[in-house]
Design a protein around this ligand. Sequence first.
Ligand code: AMP
Length: 172
Amino acid sequence: MVDSIKKLIRDIPDFPKPGIVFKDITPLLAHSAEFANTIQLMAEGFRDQGIDRVVGIESRGFIFGAALAIEIGAGFIPIRKPGKLPYDTISEEYELEYGNDRVEMHVDAVREGQKILMVDDLLATGGTMGACCSLIRSLGAEIVSAVFLIELSFLEGRKRLMGIPVRSLIEY
Ligand code: AMP
C-alpha cells in the first residue's frame, strides 16, 4: 500500500529555491483511493487512544490533519503562520536556514491534560514541528505522537522533537 502512495509523490527539483527537492503531494491528493489509504495508515493505532484533538500545521498539515481528525473521532486545531488567526494567539519562533519564522495558535485551542496528535505532511529539520509542540506543551496538553506522511530522515528532524514518538509512512 505504501508503495502505491509513494508513486503519487512527485519530486520537483530546485523548488522553491535551488538545491531543494520539493516533495509534491498534489498527485496523491487527487487520487481518491490512495488519499483514503493514506489517512487509514496514518490513523492506525490512534483510534482507541482517547485522542482529544488533532493539530495540523499550515498548510499541507491541514489537509491530512482534518481528514485524520474525522477518521479517529477527534476535533481539529490549526496552527498557522503569523497574522492569520482572528482571536488571541500564542506564538513560537524557530530558526530557518536563513533567519527565523513563527507559528501561532489560538490561546484557547487546547486545554491542560488533553491528548493531542500532531500532523504535518513532511518532517525535514524538525524546526516547524518542534515549535508547534512547544506551543501545545505551553498550554499543558499532552502530545501522544507526531505523524507525517514523509520523513527526510537524513536531516534528523526527530532529534529536535523532544522525545515525542514519531510515525512517518514514507522515509527518504
Ligand atoms: P522543517 O521545519 O525543516 O522540518 O520543515 C518542515 C515543513 O516544511 C513542513 O511543513 C513541510 O511541508 C515543509 N517542507 C520542508 N522541506 C520540504 C520538501 N523537501 N518538500 C516539501 N515540503 C517541505
